[in-house]
Ligand binder design. Sequence first.
Ligand code: CUA
Length: 336
Amino acid sequence: MFSLSLAGTLPVQGTVVAGQWDDLYSFLVWLSVFFFILVVGGMIYFAIKYRAQPGFRPKYITGNHALEAVWIVVPTVLLMVIFVWGYVVYRNMVHPPTDAYEIRVIGRQWSWQFQYANGKSLLNEAYVPVNKPVKLVMTSSDVLHSFFIPNFRVKQDVVPGMYTSVWFEATVPGKHQVYCAEYCGTSHSGMLAQIIALTDEQWTAWNAGKPLPEIPVAGETLASTQGQGADAPAAAPKVVSLADKGKQVAQTKGCIACHSADGSKLTGPTWKGIWGAEEELTDGTKAKVDENYIRESILDPHKKLVKPYGPVMPVFKGLVNEDEINALIAYIQSLK
Ligand code: CUA
């Protein structure tokens, strides 16, 4: 059936505010269509009807007060309707309820870190309850980023040196994609995260540290997400090993741009087979690749340079935390 709402052409409506924005959007589109037809249609009609004809002299028109009043009043009323409507929805979007659940977010090149009040810290995924307001208090540790959740129709700049916030109340359980919406360097397009909206039951289980079932993409079922039949075996609870976490860190921190995992030579030494090796340094001494050497080489990479590499690696002091260093070490250990 034909519907005036264009919501079907837009991403999943994951919040109440998303529905309100979509209604305003549909109104603006149809209003534009109406005036487009009126103006362009009128133009074509008059161009044909009053085209140059032999023996016909056009009248010279100087003014029409009634017509002028109409084209002032009608657009003014329409613009005020759009302004007030937009203002009301904007207010709903920017003012979180006072009881919102807070999560802290740090944007950095090129990942999103989520910190919970209870000390939980997650990279590129945030678990939130459905039907409860959630407020993200955000900052950046390097450059300007922008936190964008299309399904929730909210977007907010993430700025170094200050806090900004965004809030939402997810109404659809499942995974909601997050994008960085401000160009922030090489891997800007890979600066992705997921908001995973959990049902009450799942939220309680997650907070108690219990494993969760596989969560589908919001608006889809697991079968369509995975492209399998409904009778596919239930997926085992996802347990990420420290080495796998390290692999993810290597991708999000951009390590893999210079350090290969397969032995190929890039800007920096490959990680394959490096664990436990004696490396010859540019100052003629040797160093054994162990936990302390890797840690030092991440935080202060120019101190012990492996021959023949130059001092080109950025200093990662303050850009990786102990969790991530441990994970990276475990990943390098796994690359035999
Ligand atoms: Cu961060 Cu683009």
